[in-house]
Write a protein that binds this ligand. Structure first.
Ligand SMILES: [Zn+2]
Length: 343
């Protein structure tokens, strides 16, 4: 950009109070430059709704988290929304005089922007739910909603400086598998916001039943739940075990736990071949608890992807993202920021 263009943009952001002027610097000659910084008196409330747990957090415009609270996600959306509003009100009281820019919500399913409804969330029993209006009405704040994987794409672009990577896919691996697609620098949503459902492409039509109504989808072989199933099938005692426990057991030398996670990782890589063949991204960002053991399983995923790269193509860079919950929360902050800055 031209210097004059940058000055114009900066002036506008200063006028809007998004950016503050700091001290002046020194140069050997010419005008002394003024340092600029984002105004951290402007805050954002981020909500990460997941099938089991919902997290509400308060962050400043730099994506730094100030406060955080978690609750169980109710299977009844009305109860869930009520609890959410109460929690948001508590966060508002924590803000003091800070200005709240809005609420960003990440969803474990697809959000249809044309009808303003959560349309496809196979791991959450909410159907055709309007989340925006009750929250706007009660809190008086603007609300931005987006699929979790899409929110993570925005987080990668906003906070991880991935803008030099215009073809990027985020794969979120938790109860299910979601993908968010950045193609030619643009987020791909598709009709009804349904783009990116690679997790529900069947790899084996005789495979286990899936929450979407189909069988043998990629996610029933490569999600956290799949790893727990592999572990159970190996005859190990898995009563009350969750995915974090499974990771800990693998780290402590439980070979069956390690094998279960390795199988999951193999399927993750195998499924990613669809993404590589279809979209040829420069990088795939993996979001999920599995990344905590990336040193053990990252290579397994990579080997599977590389085992079948088409002639002329090249394997994408695989990048483990921040801790699962953190990536999604940063996505909710990016959701609100991009609305203000995208123009
Ligand atoms: Zn499915």
């Amino acid at each position: 950009m031209q210097r004059s263009t940058i000055s114009l943009i900066a002036e506008q952001l200063i006028a809007e109070n998004w950016v503050l002027e700091g001290p002046t610097g020194r140069l050997p000659r010419g005008r002394r430059p003024t340092f600029l910084r984002l105004n951290d008196e402007r805050v954002i409330i981020g909500v990460d709704i997941r099938p089991v747990q919902t997290t509400v957090a308060l962050a400043d415009a730099n994506g730094k988290f100030i406060s955080q609270e978690s609750m169980v996600t109710s299977s009844d959306p009305k109860i869930a929304v009520k609890g959410l509003i109460e929690c948001i009100e508590r966060m508002k009281r924590l803000c003091g005089g800070k200005m709240i820019e809005g609420i960003g919500i990440s969803l474990p399913g697809r959000f249809d922007h044309s009808t303003d409804r959560l349309v496809f969330a196979p791991n959450l029993a909410w159907r055709n739910v309007d989340l925006r209006n009750p929250i706007v009405k009660e809190t008086g704040l603007e609300v931005e909603l987006e699929n979790a994987a899409n929110a993570c794409v925005l987080a990668a672009v906003w906070f991880d400086r991935m803008e030099e990577c215009p073809n990027l896919v985020v794969v979120t691996v938790s109860e299910g598998i979601g993908t968010g697609i950045l193609a030619n620098g643009k987020l791909v949503r598709g009709v009804h916001g349904m783009a990116g459902e690679f997790g529900h492409v069947p790899l084996d039509s005789n495979g286990p039943a899936c929450g979407c109504g189909g069988r043998g989808c990629w996610e029933v072989f490569a999600s956290n739940r799949a790893a727990l199933r592999y572990y159970m099938e190996s005859g190990s005692d898995s009563g009350g075990l969750d995915f974090q426990d499974l990771l800990s057991r693998a780290e402590r030398g439980d070979t069956r736990a390690a094998k279960a996670l390795e199988t999951m990782a193999q399927y993750l890589g195998r499924g990613m071949r669809m993404i590589v063949a279809g979209l040829a991204p420069e990088c795939i960002v993996v979001v999920g608890d599995l990344t905590r053991c990336w040193h053990r399983f990252g290579g397994v995923i990579e080997a599977e992807v590389q085992a079948q790269v088409l002639p002329g193509g090249c394997a994408p860079r695989l990048i483990p993202a921040y801790e699962d919950g953190m990536a999604r929360l940063r996505g909710t902050v990016a959701l609100v920021l991009q609305k203000h800055f995208s123009s």
